[in-house]
Every structure is written in structure tokens, then in C-alpha cells.
Design a binder for this molecule. Structure first.
Ligand SMILES: O=c1ccn([C@@H]2O[C@H](COP(=O)(O)O)[C@@H](O)[C@H]2O)c(=O)[nH]1
Length: 309
């Protein structure tokens, strides 16, 4: 799947992933009213609105981006109807040929991690039949339970051709509270996580030189991003923090290798709710925002001689 992701990035000239993080209050009024009229003030109404909204966003951007990243929390908060909307987002995006990155930030003791891996990247068997719980191509992983727990995702990575992005240096303001702690050997904790990722990368790698075991590094920490690019040369970087969190093209440029590959930059609110800023139809606004972001990143890549296409 790492190779398909990179191929789609090259084909669409677009190292961009759209975050599907629906907030009910920000969904256009007409969609909300329609769903509330049909289902009343229920979780089902919210889920129906999310489903319509997401499908509209996916339709608007599918030919411009290689991937979407639904963040499960925005669905989970609405219980079972919310999770049905999450499933719909994954399935509908896949039906439009998009790579799905499940932002689930999972990780637990080994045996539980195995169940998480099956839930989001694999299959479960019932009798003679196999089922996919929440089908995705990649999942985000919380590393803090250690190597053995992350390794439980390996079966799905290898046998199902899936991938993971391990949280290395997150974009939030207090990420340094734990991740920047200096260890006995003088390295930061996030560098130790990067060592685990890089070690794993040496064992499993795709045709572009990138591994299905990638890393999450925030656009809001450009210096660390630069250093981590060098420390994990075979790790695809998933870079959140562009847009609403303050990151710009100049901040993410060092996530890319010298050829202009190796990173995919996320933007959630800045794309899906672009209509609140630029007005007009939400789908048209999302499409315009994606095209503007593409231009911004491609122009910046080109200005430093890194544009691949
Ligand atoms: O370090 C991290 C890891 C994940 N995220 C997620 O990315 C998006 C960002 O949303 P924006 O609206 O573009 O700010 C969201 O789903 C986060 O949970 C992150 O921001 N930082």
C-alpha cells in the first residue's frame, strides 16, 4: 500500500491528505436541517448529516488528492451511529479510489494491539467467512507501550499490504512535555521512537525506497521535522499541523526528500470547512482550498528544486 500511496501522490501531483474531521455545528445548515427533520434531534440525525457531508467532500476532492484521513474521535463521540458514519467514510473514500488513513492512534499490550490491527487493517474470521471491521489502508499508532506492541501490526502490514504511521513528534503545543524528554544517552524521547521506526524500516521497504512503517511528525516543529527526515530516511512522514494549527508550506518542506517524495501533509479543518472562510458552496470551497494548498506546497517544493513532477 505504501507504493500505491506514493504512486497516487505522483499521479495527482499532490502530497496532500484531506482530514475528514466533521464537526456537526460546522456542517452546512441545509444538510443539518434535512437530517434533523428526518431523524429528529438524535444521534442518527448527526450521523446522517456527517455521512452526506463527508461524501460531498470526498466527491469534491477525490481527483485532486491521493488520500483521506478520517479521525475516529469525531465519529466515536456519536456512539454507534457515529461509527456507522466512520465506516461509511472509509468505504466511500475507498470506492472513489482514495487511500484511507485511519487516524485511530491505537496501541496497547501485544494481544490487544493484535485486535486493533484486525479491527482497522485486517480481517476477522467468523466460521468460514472473513469480515473487515473498519477497512483502512493505514492506521496511526501510539508507540508508548513499546516495540512488541507495535510489532503486532506487522502481520497486517505484510499479509494484507497495509501500513502504519507511528506518532514520533506530534504537532500539539505540549508535545514536548514527554516527547522532548532527554534520555540517559542524551537523546530526546522522540528520537528514541524514531530509532525504532528506522530500525523497522530497514527490514521492510517498498519500491520507492519507503517503508509501510511511517511516522507522524507535526508541521509545527519544522526543525525537528528536518532532523527526523534525516534520521528516518525510509519512513514516509505523515505531517499534520498545516493550516489551522499554524504550519505553512515552508515548515513542511524539509519533510520531503531531495527528490520531493517521502511526505504527505494533512489539512482537515482548513479544507472541509473552507466554505466558512471563503463562502459559497462547501464542496466548491473545499476543492478550491485543496487546489490552493497543492499550489502552495508544489510552488515551495519547486522553489527549492524538490518538485518530483
Ligand atoms: O500530531 C498530530 C497527530 C494527529 N493530528 C490530527 O491531524 C488532524 C489535524 O487537523 P487540522 O484541522 O488540520 O488541524 C486532526 O485529526 C488531529 O487529530 C494532529 O493534528 N497532530
Amino acid at each position: 500500500m505504501i507504493d500505491q500511496l506514493i504512486e497516487a501522490i505522483i499521479q495527482k501531483k499532490s502530497p496532500i491528505v484531506v482530514g475528514l474531521d466533521p464537526r456537526f455545528n460546522q456542517i452546512p445548515q441545509a444538510i443539518k436541517e434535512k437530517c434533523l427533520a428526518e431523524y429528529g434531534e438524535t444521534l442518527e440525525a448527526v450521523a446522517a448529516a456527517i455521512k452526506i457531508f463527508n461524501r460531498g467532500i470526498i466527491d469534491a476532492v477525490a481527483d485532486e488528492v491521493p488520500a483521506v484521513k478520517p479521525q475516529v474521535a469525531f465519529y466515536e463521540q456519536y456512539g454507534l451511529p457515529g461509527m456507522a458514519a466512520y465506516l461509511d467514510a472509509c468505504q466511500y473514500a475507498a470506492s472513489k479510489g482514495l487511500v484511507v488513513i485511519a487516524d485511530v492512534k491505537r496501541g496497547d499490550i501485544g494481544s490487544t494491539s493484535k485486535a486493533y490491527a484486525k479491527a482497522h487493517l485486517g480481517q476477522v474470521q467468523v466460521g468460514n467467512k472473513n469480515y473487515q471491521g473498519f477497512p483502512a489502508d493505514f492506521a496511526t499508532i501510539n508507540p508508548y507501550l513499546g516495540d512488541d506492541c507495535m510489532k503486532e501490526f506487522e502481520a497486517e502490514i505484510v499479509q494484507e499490504d497495509k501500513g502504519i504511521f507511528i506518532l514520533v513528534k506530534t504537532s500539539n503545543p505540549t508535545s514536548g512535555q514527554l516527547q522532548d524528554l532527554v534520555m540517559a544517552d542524551g537523546k530526546h524521547l522522540y528520537e528514541k521512537t524514531a530509532e525504532i521506526v528506522a530500525g523497522w524500516n530497514d527490514k521492510i521497504c517498498g519500491k520507492f525506497g519507503y517503508s509501510p512503517v511511517g511516522a507522524v511528525v507535526g508541521a509545527t516543529y519544522p526543525e525537528e521535522l528536518s532532523a527526523l527526515r534525516a534520521q528516518m530516511p525510509k519512513a514516509m512522514l505523515l505531517v499534520p499541523g498545516y493550516g489551522a494549527q499554524g504550519g505553512g508550506a515552508k515548515d513542511v518542506i524539509n519533510a520531503f526528500d531531495t527528490k520531493g517524495l517521502g511526505a504527505i501533509v494533512n489539512n482537515s479543518r482548513g479544507i472541509i470547512f473552507a466554505y466558512e472562510k471563503i463562502g459559497g458552496d462547501y464542496q466548491e470551497a473545499a476543492r478550491k482550498a485543496v487546489i490552493a494548498m497543492k499550489q502552495d506546497i508544489n510552488d515551495t517544493l519547486s522553489s527549492v528544486g524538490k518538485q518530483y513532477w
